[in-house]
Design a protein around this ligand. Structure first.
Ligand SMILES: Cc1cc2nc3c(=O)[nH]c(=O)nc-3n(C[C@H](O)[C@H](O)[C@H](O)COP(=O)(O)OP(=O)(O)OC[C@H]3O[C@@H](n4cnc5c(N)ncnc54)[C@H](O)[C@@H]3O)c2cc1C
Length: 447
């Protein structure tokens, strides 16, 4: 700020009002406030005014008019030519006017003239609401919407201009008016040409993320209907989101043929079974890299010695998928909790007279992993996974045959486990372990 003698009369006038914030090149905040997204616009404005409400905007307009100084209006500063700052003008920087109010009917919101797109979207999202928006959160909402407002949701809800329902405007004479239909029409496309918009009323919409239950159901019903390739192995699983706010449902995918084009096509079919599936993690790797990747996700030491169990299904039916989906809709217990599904088909599902392994039919084993990292979570997790186990059996779709490695001893029925080979196994046990030296072995053949 220069001495009062050299000072521009507009500034001298404005500085009589200590309640108004006005920056000049000598202000310490100038270096932070002056830059726009494109920083090399050489224009040297007289000053930057930072109003907090419509009445202060009006005061600035009155003062600028009195002294014949032109105004430029700055919102988010994302004009790609930096045109919100003009030579010798008073810049009205709207960024302090950033209120966002959602109407009770949740169909409209009232925005301050300087609010940024990111704040609008975040506030609406916290109330499960949304509205069309441009690509960058730091764009000013008014500057974006009034000039057109292209964005992701335009095909569904229209452009930014189509969201504007009402506007409060400070006119060239400094009057604060509610825009009539004629002025609104101008604002919807010709931006700030007719005044400074201090408030915008916009349309907002309900926004709900895809429910995890629906995702799980869609995946399994689609997968059951797919023509399977012997080279494509999938292993659906769940794990808690990093912030522990819910579960992610995901699918491990392995392709074991050198025909990568076919592999990518197969992966594409699988991805289409998910909502917004991200396949970017899938890449070519050796078996060693694969197991090293999996181990990097696996906790080294865990608690919950009774927390796991296994259930097998000929295929994961709609009822079983719904049980999984309902479980996932609840909050997580611990970041070590997981579910994995191993699918057996092709040669792994064909009978082999040289083996007593009983589960020789196409099937999927659900590995219910209720283990925890935090010992305080063991009790709850064990109980919830027990309930899950019961609910999966309650569908009536589970197979009698289980996978002994993953099933609790009390839930393993060896006659079901070995089926027609059961007698052979018992006879062999009596022959090779008549005194029960090896009775502490799973699956337990003797009570
Ligand atoms: C990185 C980047 C990404 C972009 N992405 C998109 C996109 O996805 N979709 C899209 O449609 N556009 C996009 N744009 C263009 C952008 O929407 C426009 O340039 C918009 O005008 C920027 O508004 P602003 O408030 O951020 O910018 P500013 O430079 O502050 O303002 C631009 C002009 O808007 C007017 N204005 C702003 N606020 C008011 C107000 N309250 N009252 C009166 N006039 C006002 C003024 O005339 C001002 O000069 C993008 C721009 C950039 C730089």
């Amino acid at each position: 700020m220069g001495s009062p003698k050299e000072m521009h009369p507009l500034l001298a006038d404005l500085f009589k009002r200590p309640d108004l914030e006005v920056l000049t090149t000598s202000s310490t905040a100038w270096a932070d406030i002056r830059p726009t997204y494109v920083i090399d616009n050489p224009a040297r404005p007289l000053a930057i005014a930072r109003p907090r409400n419509a009445s202060e905007v009006s005061d600035f307009v009155h003062a600028a008019r009195r002294h014949g100084v032109k105004i430029s209006v700055r919102g988010g500063g994302h004009d790609v030519f930096g045109r919100s700052i003009a030579e010798g003008c008073l810049v009205i920087d709207m960024r302090k006017m950033k209120t966002i109010e959602i109407a009770q009917d949740r169909e409209t919101a009232t925005l301050g003239g300087g609010v940024l797109i990111g704040d609008v979207i975040e506030t609406l999202a916290s109330q499960k609401l949304t509205t069309p928006f441009g690509y960058i959160p730091t764009i000013g909402y008014a500057g974006w919407a009034m000039m057109g407002g292209y964005g992701w949701l335009a095909p569904r809800f229209g452009l930014g201009v189509d969201q504007i329902q009402r506007a409060r405007v400070v006119t060239w004479q400094g009057d604060i008016i509610e825009a009539d239909s004629e002025l609104l029409k101008g604002i919807r496309g010709a931006g700030g040409n007719f005044g400074i918009v201090v408030e915008l009323g916009i349309k907002i919409y309900p926004f709900e993320k895809a429910k995890i239950q629906a995702t799980v159901r869609k995946y399994f019903s689609g997968y059951n209907a797919m023509t399977k390739s012997p080279f494509g192995a999938v292993s659906p699983f769940w794990y808690p989101k990093r912030d522990m706010s819910g579960w992610m449902f995901a699918v491990n995918f392995a392709w074991s043929s050198p025909d990568m084009k076919a592999g990518r096509q197969y992966l594409g079919q699988l991805a289409a079974l998910g909502d917004a599936a991200d396949t970017s993690l899938v890449k070519e790797m050796t078996p060693t890299e694969l197991i090293n990747l999996i181990v990097s996700w696996t906790p080294g030491r865990v608690y919950g010695f009774e927390a796991c169990n296994g259930v097998s299904f000929a295929k994961v039916t709609e009822r079983a998928a719904d049980v999984v989906g309902e479980f996932l809709a609840k909050l997580p217990v611990d970041s070590a909790n997981v579910l994995l599904i191993h699918e057996m088909r092709g040669p792994s599902a064909e009978p082999d007279p040289g083996s007593c392994f009983g589960a020789r039919l196409p099937h999927s084993v659900m590995e219910l992993v209720g283990i925890t990292i935090n010992p305080d979570n063991v009790k709850t997790s064990t109980q919830r996974y027990r309930e899950l186990y019961g609910a999966l059996h309650g569908t009536g779709d589970a197979l009698g045959v289980t996978y002994a490695s993953l099933t609790q001893t009390r839930d393993t029925d060896t006659s079901q486990l070995f089926g027609k080979e059961h007698q052979f196994v018992m006879d062999l046990k009596n022959k090779y372990d008549p005194e029960g030296v090896f009775d502490n072995t799973e699956p337990r053949l003797r009570p």
